[in-house]
Design a protein around this ligand. Structure first.
Ligand SMILES: [Zn+2]
Length: 299
């Protein structure tokens, strides 16, 4: 059997983008229909109807009158020079999680990355919720070990502090402790501007509210820029309505709303690509300012 070409790998991944010299690929674990009332409870059918022309890919037909999100679970693989970065690791192999993962996801990642899982240098955990850290580790001979054996795993100190206070999603034991034991966990303090640099082209920016130490990924290369949202946004509808918060899960919904407004202010009307961590395909687009407000242009 011949090795898949790079183009075939990308096709398999369900989305790829170039930002200057940086390449980003989306690798999907799953897409889950989820009632909006579970995740972003204040979304109404009217919100969706009023923005129908551009939000349709992100919602299913309502069930029993309830609007339904198409919630995507995927990693972004970022190539910056020689550095291979995986942003968030989805739900993982544990079948008892509240969202369905996919046991085959690690193999899919292996195929999608030149050099496979061994080639990954950095894993970014935007925050420590179960659907972002599940594949940090994998079972080998009855023991959880790092899935990416040569990677440093980045977690902000504020996230670690929050985990120590309240591990309400039970991620510490399966998804963080094995990293610390293997010596591959880097607890990072953000700099004075609330940032952290990974390469010349890729860095983290503080986007608190969903969790206290939440970060998004900012990319800048050859005059182009992009943002990987993490859970600052759960659906593109929040670009039009940043006040719609995931308040059942946010540590501070006022803060998450302020963060969304800041990001919209910064990116709307610019050429920057915005890549949504939970957006079903098309998962990337630009924030346009239209007559009725901001909208997500994924064309
Ligand atoms: Zn999430």
């Amino acid at each position: 059997m011949t090795e898949p070409t790079r183009a075939e790998r990308r096709q398999h991944s369900g989305g790829q983008w170039s930002i200057g010299r940086v390449e980003v690929a989306r690798v999907e674990e799953n897409i889950v229909p989820l009632a909006t009332k579970v995740l972003v409870p204040d979304i109404t059918a009217d919100h969706i109807e009023a923005n129908r022309s551009w939000v349709r890919p992100y919602f299913d037909e309502p069930q029993a009158g309830n609007p339904m999100l198409r919630l995507s679970l995927h990693s972004f693989v970022v190539l910056s020079g020689d550095t291979v970065i995986v942003v968030d690791t989805c739900v993982g192999p544990d079948p008892d999680r509240d969202l369905p993962g996919d046991p085959a996801f690690a193999e899919r990642l292996e195929r999608a990355i030149d050099g496979g899982l061994d080639a990954v240098d950095v894993v970014v955990c935007t925050h420590l919720h179960f659907d972002h850290v599940g594949w940090n580790t994998t079972w080998v001979e009855g023991r959880l070990v790092p899935t990416f054996p040569n990677a440093r795993y980045l977690v902000t100190r504020a996230e670690m502090d929050e985990l120590a206070r309240n591990d309400h999603m039970a991620v510490g034991e399966p998804s963080i402790r094995p990293l610390a034991e293997a010596g591959v966990l880097d607890v990072i303090d953000l700099d004075g501007n609330g940032g952290h640099r990974i390469t010349d082209e890729v860095g983290l920016i503080a986007t608190p509210g969903h969790t206290p130490g939440h970060v998004s990924v900012a990319i800048s290369s050859d005059g182009r820029s992009a943002l990987i949202t993490g859970d600052a946004f759960h659906t593109p509808l929040q670009f039009a309505h940043p006040e719609l918060a995931a308040w059942r899960f946010d540590s501070d919904s006022q803060q998450s709303t302020a963060t969304r407004k800041d990001l919209i202010e910064r990116y709307a009307g610019t050429d920057a690509l915005v890549l949504g961590t939970h957006f079903a395909p098309p998962s990337g687009g630009r924030l346009r300012r239209g007559e009725t407000g901001v909208w997500f242009d994924a064309s």
